[in-house]
Design a binder for this molecule. Structure first.
Ligand SMILES: [Zn+2]
Length: 683
């Protein structure tokens, strides 16, 4: 009788060699190592060890490693057992020598072929088409398979830039593997892939270990499973495992009005850096006619989400208050919006600390930093380095550090600032922009009463802090809702009610898929996002329907709709594109926004509270070609569909014809049907 699962380890080091189903076809490539791990000494010096440096033996259900040449007390055991269609692994490390901390553990190591698609959970989900491209991506500071301080947010940080902790590798139509971390504590990891060795791609779930002394055991299991289809099957495996999730912070009442998020700055002409002057939307009341026009054309409640409004300097966290021009100026705008049933939102820039703004050279906190001894509450690298993870440097937005949110001092600074927004009557603040996914960046600070290295303690601290902020807000009778950049990562979905999706990032690697919505939609709400720098990825002149395509994508992902303004109240292609560039044709965009948002309001049980399912129907719309800036093209269906299930178990399927032309298309291989231009059809 043929076995359902065939697997094998290297007799010399226990590395995975073979992983196949009944048909015997190996779905992986032999790995070079079973694991690697990093120790830090008391000076923060890193020692990276690999499985082949140990004496190895395999016993029943266990891979055992001991007698390392340099660290003789150290031993590693990887316990494993077969699970449905796969193997579950649970590593543990003991005998960590005195004076050393275990920084991270990376094993079991899984290697796959560069052929096939990779599902990577970066920013809600990406299908990576070219797996060899990881090392020359636009994110030059990426350090392959050795994610470290400062994380720079360009690696696969979970819970952060990666908001889920699993990957999948498969050939469409032929299946492949699921590789996931079933870690119920959601500890920090790098969910990564690397292709430095030609002809192979290594998948990694490098896990940070709370700077463990003596011993460490992984809190959950790593699962390697066979899959038959694609990323949705992988997302189903993960969703089924995911411990019961619920909203700890309720959605605001206004969410059922499905506000259209309208993003624009009050300083500058579309860029995020360099000096900027107040623009035509300042003072704030100057923006009201644009808001009202869009509201009327789309029959929607609108929430302006203001950029560059901070009275400190644009992008100079943690301080944002008072607003530029003073509280009264913003209060007029707030009241005018509220009187017409609209809402007011603001961007902030997270929990970094700005010593010197590079946008506005008059803004500096050097004196305050010295006077208050704030060097005691910032995050540090393993050797005590002071740096910041994001938007920091002479050519970026600021010079400074990151606050360690485990310190009462840092928490007080952040919460004080947020309470000013709450007391003022702002409806939504994306305070944790740049804390992508709600992240607490990697830190190694000493003297703060927490382990001197990243680990589960960070996730727990951040969950508690975010929940506590909303409790404080409610205790002041404010209805302010907080959010972050990127969908909230697994452990933060319950405490960050509304967040800005970042599917724009997917286009640097392949194309986006709504995996976060698939896993979390019924208890986590996102809006489509500002598509920052999308013009570096998409050749909009060669595929001018790309904005319509993106709106259809957001609708089918169950996201609130979002557009960005340029001058003159016109909808622009995306954020961070200078206003001097011509805008898309606004007419079809406004029409599509109107029909999509009407549908969102009509079916909240599905599109706001529903669970995403694999599409029950297929519509063969004509192919629409996305043109990347580098000339590469990819074809998409111009009538994409999504299927949703409500709490009572009813299902519904929506089909969006995002092209401004009528289409007659085949549905489910049998009948044909007519789809009006710029329409949604319930199938
Ligand atoms: Zn700290």
């Amino acid at each position: 009788m043929k076995k359902d699962l065939i697997y094998d380890f290297c007799p010399e080091c226990g590395a995975l060699k073979m992983f196949a189903g009944k048909d015997g076809r190996n779905r992986i490539m032999p790995s070079h190592e079973a694991f690697s791990l990093a120790l830090l000494d008391s000076d923060g010096e890193r020692f990276t060890l690999v499985s082949r440096e140990f004496q190895f033996r395999q016993c029943d259900g266990k891979l055992c490693y001991e007698k390392h040449g340099r660290f003789s007390t150290l031993s590693v055991e990887i316990n494993y057992h077969t699970a449905e269609n796969g193997i579950a692994f649970k590593p543990q490390v003991s005998g960590i020598p005195e004076g050393f901390r275990l920084e991270w553990f990376d094993g079991p190591q899984v290697t796959v072929s560069p052929d096939g698609d990779l599902f990577w959970p970066l920013c809600e989900g990406v299908i990576v088409k070219d797996l060899t491209g990881r090392n020359h991506s636009e994110y030059s500071r990426y350090r392959p398979l050795g994610f470290a301080y400062p994380d720079h947010f360009y690696g696969g940080h979970f819970p952060g830039f990666c908001n889920l902790q699993f990957m999948a590798h498969y050939k469409p139509g032929d299946g492949g593997i699921y590789f996931g971390s079933h870690d119920p504590e959601f500890g920090p990891k790098a969910v990564e892939y690397d292709s430095r060795t030609p002809g192979e791609v290594r998948l990694s779930l490098q896990t940070f270990c709370d700077a463990a002394q003596n011993s460490w055991e992984f809190a959950g299991e790593y699962l390697l499973k066979l899959i038959q289809t694609d990323w949705m099957e992988a997302a189903e495996i993960y969703r089924e495992w995911l411990p019961q999730k619920k909203r700890l912070v309720a959605l605001p009442e206004w969410i059922e009005k499905s506000p259209l998020i309208l993003i624009y700055p009050v300083r500058g002409t579309g860029k995020d850096s360099a000096r900027m002057q107040e623009n035509e939307y300042f003072p704030y009341m100057n923006g009201l006619s644009a808001v009202e026009n869009i509201a009327q054309r789309t029959a929607s409640t609108v929430m302006p989400l203001l950029m560059h409004w901070e009275g400190t300097a644009p992008w100079a966290p943690p301080y944002v208050w008072p607003p530029r021009g003073g509280e009264n100026a913003l209060a007029c705008f707030r009241d005018a919006l509220h009187s017409k049933g609209h809402l007011l939102g603001v961007y902030c820039s997270g929990s970094a600390w700005t010593r010197q703004s590079c946008i506005d050279e008059t803004y500096s906190t050097e004196e305050l930093f010295e006077k208050e001894h704030l060097e005691n509450i910032i995050m540090r690298g393993p050797k005590g380095e002071k740096d910041a993870s994001i938007c920091c440097g002479p050519t970026a937005q600021r010079l400074g550090y990151d606050l360690c949110l485990a310190t009462p001092g840092a928490r007080k600074i952040v919460s004080n600032e947020i309470m000013k927004l709450a007391d003022f009557g702002i409806d939504y603040a994306q305070y944790f922009d740049q804390n992508m996914g709600g992240a607490f960046h990697l830190t190694y600070c000493g003297g703060h009463g927490h382990p001197e290295g990243p680990g589960i303690w960070q996730t727990k601290t951040q969950q508690k802090f975010l929940a506590g902020l909303h409790e404080m807000i409610r205790s002041r009778n404010s209805k302010l809702v907080l959010g972050c950049e990127g969908a909230a990562a697994d452990p933060y979905t319950g405490v960050l009610p509304l967040n800005e999706a970042r599917s724009v990032c997917a286009w640097a690697y392949g194309y986006p898929v709504p995996a976060h919505s698939f896993v979390h939609h019924e208890h986590s709400t996102n809006f489509l996002g500002n598509f920052v720098c999308f013009h570096f990825k998409c050749d909009w002149e060669k595929c001018p329907e790309n904005l319509l395509f993106r709106l259809a994508y957001g609708f089918n992902a169950g996201e609130l709709l979002t557009v960005v303004l340029k001058s003159g109240g016109e909808i622009h292609w995306n954020w961070c594109l200078e206003w001097e560039h011509p805008a898309p044709d606004n007419e079809p965009v406004l029409q599509l926004l109107k029909v999509l948002n009407d549908m969102r309001r009509r079916y909240p049980e599905f599109l706001l509270y529903g669970k995403m399912q694999r599409p029950l129907h297929e519509v063969k719309g004509k192919p629409w070609t996305f043109v990347y800036k580098n000339g590469r093209t990819f074809q998409f269906n111009s009538i994409p569909v999504s299927t949703w299930e409500d709490a009572a178990g009813n299902t519904i399927t929506f089909a969006v014809n995002f092209l401004p032309e009528e289409q007659t298309a085949q549905v489910d291989n049998d009948s044909t049907r007519t789809f009006p231009p710029l329409s949604v059809t319930v199938l």
